[in-house]
Design a binder for this molecule. Structure first.
Ligand SMILES: [Zn+2]
Length: 251
């Protein structure tokens, strides 16, 4: 049941027929695991907190640096040197004290990662390396937890939703294999500030849609942005019957 403050705080989205009270209640009851609180994780965490996702679990092992502030808008000049998850948690508490935020200052692997994936209704991948993306994908396929994946570099970005609860839905490894791609980082290649805001905002939108069952999420699709020409393309993704991760899980 929503209280009066919640009805007011979330009124502009509750008035949408696609959301209504039921959608808001679904978000308030949800737990979302956010891996990485950098360029993508900033808008993802801020929008999910503002929209009233009841419990956010933030995971990052970095500290805030001066070079982050150009695009990682959840952090502040005063929080340079703090763990990113602590800096982010303080910002989210100021934005919306109505929700719970758990901060994990470290890198989740193995059993610890699986436990957090099991406890989550949805995972948002805002990491910047393939090792983390593959590990997250494998845990999400294993436990049938929806995964909203995003990447952004230079002036290009992409978003996809992998939902292994659905028959025939592809997973991240159907798209990428170990050794396929070198991990490009913003430190090596650069990134234009609003690009991570655009891609992260699309990830937040898709997460909210999946949690409240609104519209059609980017399942089986890869959304690509060429920011140079502001050109958006959507590619169809198919499950790879030879996929080392999800082929065996198809039962
Ligand atoms: Zn797969």
């Amino acid at each position: 049941m929503l209280n009066d403050d919640q009805l007011l705080r979330y009124s502009r989205q509750i008035m949408l027929p696609e959301v209504d009270i039921a959608g808001q209640e679904a978000w308030l009851k949800s737990t979302v695991l956010i891996i990485g609180v950098g360029g993508l994780g900033s808008p993802v965490a801020m929008y999910l907190a503002a929209a009233g996702v009841g419990r956010l679990v933030l995971v990052d092992d970095d500290k805030v640096e001066l070079t982050n502030l150009q695009r990682q808008i959840i952090h502040r000049t005063e929080t340079i040197g703090q763990p990113k998850v602590a800096s982010a948690k303080a910002a989210l508490a100021a934005l919306n004290p109505d929700i719970q935020v758990e901060a994990i200052d470290g890198r989740l692997e193995g059993e610890a990662l699986e436990q957090q994936v099991i406890a989550a209704d949805l995972v948002v991948d805002c990491s910047d390396n393939f090792a983390t993306r593959f590990a997250l994908n494998d845990a999400c396929v294993k436990h049938k937890t929806p995964l909203v994946s995003g990447a952004a570099i230079r002036l290009e970005g992409q978003v996809a939703v992998f939902d292994s609860r659905r028959d025939d839905a592809p997973c991240y490894r159907c798209l990428y294999r170990d050794g396929d791609e070198e991990s490009l980082t913003c430190a090596d290649s650069g990134v234009l500030a609003p690009l991570v805001g655009i891609i992260g905002s699309v990830q937040a939108m898709e997460a909210l849609k999946v949690l409240a069952d609104i519209g059609e999420p980017l399942v089986g699709k890869l959304l690509l942005l060429d920011g140079r020409h502001m050109d958006w393309r959507t590619l169809k993704l198919r499950r790879d019957p030879e996929c080392p991760c999800c082929a065996d899980n198809n039962n």
